[in-house]
Design a protein around this ligand. Structure first.
Ligand code: UD1
Ligand code: MG
Length: 431
């Protein structure tokens, strides 16, 4: 049994935000949830250390347990907060930082494997700019003697290229003892998690520094680094989509969500945005500048250009949704078409029906939302307003320009508009 403690009590001052840092989203979900997903592949138990007044964070990490660090006295102090939940635990425990969402499960596996051959393992990197990272001080044999924080380091120590990425792993009976022994007599007056390396070394215990690429171990402290992490995760998601058989015509312009599912032979044209919860089946074409969220697109459908698919939408096989069409909680049967300029909300549209340009479902009366039902094989003329609740039957025909306020039976023609009157000689004469 292995456990992970994720430290996330910091507010993240450099984000300039009212929201806790780890709640900022990457590919549509909070960064902490990316790290949790990697941890779930390796650790059976996960405990999150939150700050006071962060109920949304404690909510977001469920079903994992969270504890609150009431005072931010340092990373070592934060890790100690998990101790009451790990009483009697004898397995390995890794401590991670919540602002490191790019770490892969494979790297965590390497860390855990290294711990198998030493008493303590840590992740290290050689960043292009070592900046203010803690430096890893090694002995001639390669053992880590200690980690020195930038604030406490000498010039010679600051010249060390190997940096602490901020993940350590050891058996809990050892780690908890080292944590309990931490002191805060340093420049920042904090209990440093990093001092457990020195404590282990002083006991003559073996340790190992596992190196991984900076791209995975980079922390996020500002909006600039948040954008860099977004770019990194987008690149991974696009690669996965393409290796899975989807064509992304210009991949760098497509924005995917962490859970976007694209089937084989899906074609995504440039500038398409996927918010979370989208499933696209085989052979679908998503044309340029479309925006999709919480919806399912079934085989062979064509979406866009410029379509907006909002939550609760289900587009049937080979259906067409064209330019400037907005669907919300809309079900379209197989082969149905809505090709131009429509708002279709809270509606079910039967198979093979054709929705004319400018059709609007008037679903909201200012207080409640109502549904519109359109049967199979129906034809809705252009510029029709369907005032919900209302039902248009199978094979019904609604004349263009109608305002439909009553149900239309199956096979019926409905005309609901003013009659045209022509007045001879009353045309425009100018000024
Ligand atoms: C830390 C490491 C440094 C390493 C770097 C890697 C320490 C002392 N230093 O520095 O060696 O190179 O990360 O990114 O560990 N946190 C709490 N409670 C606290 C303090 C921090 O939960 O009291 C959390 C923060 O929310 C954050 C994480 O711990 O998620 C790291 O804290 P941060 O202040 O960013 O540490 P760094 O100065 O970056
Ligand atoms: Mg940091």
């Amino acid at each position: 049994m292995r456990a992970a403690i994720i430290l996330a009590a910091g507010q993240g001052t450099r984000m300039q935000s009212a929201m806790p840092k780890v709640m900022h989203r990457i590919a549509g979900r909070p960064m902490i949830n990316h790290l949790i997903a990697a941890c779930e592949a390796v650790f059976e138990r996960i405990i999150i250390v939150a700050g006071p007044g962060m109920p949304e964070l404690q909510q977001a990490v469920q079903p994992h347990a969270s504890v609150v660090q009431a005072e931010r006295l340092g990373t070592g102090h934060a890790a100690r907060m998990a101790a009451p939940l790990l009483e009697g635990f004898t397995g390995d425990v890794a401590v991670l930082y919540g602002d490191n969402p790019l770490i892969s499960a494979a790297t965590l596996e390497r860390l855990v494997a290294a711990r198998g051959s030493a008493d303590l393992a840590m992740l290290a990197m050689r960043p292009s700019d070592p900046a203010r990272y803690g430096r890893v001080v090694q002995s001639a044999s390669g053992d880590v003697e200690r980690i020195v924080e930038w604030a406490d380091a000498t010039e010679a120590e600051r010249a060390i290229a190997l940096c602490n990425a901020g993940v350590v792993c050891a058996a809990w009976p050892d780690l908890s003892r080292w944590l309990a022994g931490l002191r805060n007599d340093n420049r920042q007056g904090e209990f440093y998690l990093t001092d457990v390396l020195g404590a282990a070394h002083a006991e003559g215990r073996r340790n190992r520094a596992v190196e991984a690429p900076e791209a995975e171990l980079r922390g996020i402290n500002s909006r600039v680094e948040l954008a860099a992490a977004e770019a990194e995760i987008q690149a991974r998601l696009r690669l996965r989509a393409m290796l899975g058989g989807a064509t992304l015509t210009l991949p760098e312009t497509v924005c995917l969500a962490w859970d976007t599912r694209l089937g084989r032979d899906v074609v995504v044209e440039p500038h398409v945005v996927f918010a979370p919860g989208v499933t696209v089946e085989e052979g679908v074409q998503i044309r340029a500048f479309s925006h999709l969220e919480q919806c399912v697109i079934r085989k062979g459908a064509i979406i866009g250009p410029y379509a907006r698919l909002r939550p609760g939408t289900d587009v049937g096989e080979a259906a067409h949704v064209g330019n400037f069409v907005e669907l919300k909680a809309a079900t379209m049967g197989a082969g149905a078409k809505a090709n131009h300029l429509s708002y279709l909300g809270d509606v079910s549209i039967g198979a093979g029906s054709n929705i004319g340009a400018g059709t609007i479902t008037c679903n909201y009366d200012g207080v409640n939302k109502h549904r519109t039902e359109i049967g199979a094989g129906a034809f809705i003329g252009s510029d029709t307003a369907l005032v919900a609740p209302v039902r248009v039957g199978d094979r019904a025909l609604v004349a263009a320009g109608s305002v439909v306020t009553q149900d239309v039976p199956d096979d019926a023609l409905a005309i609901a508009r003013g009659r045209q009157v022509n007045k001879p000689g009353r045309g425009f004469r100018g000024k």
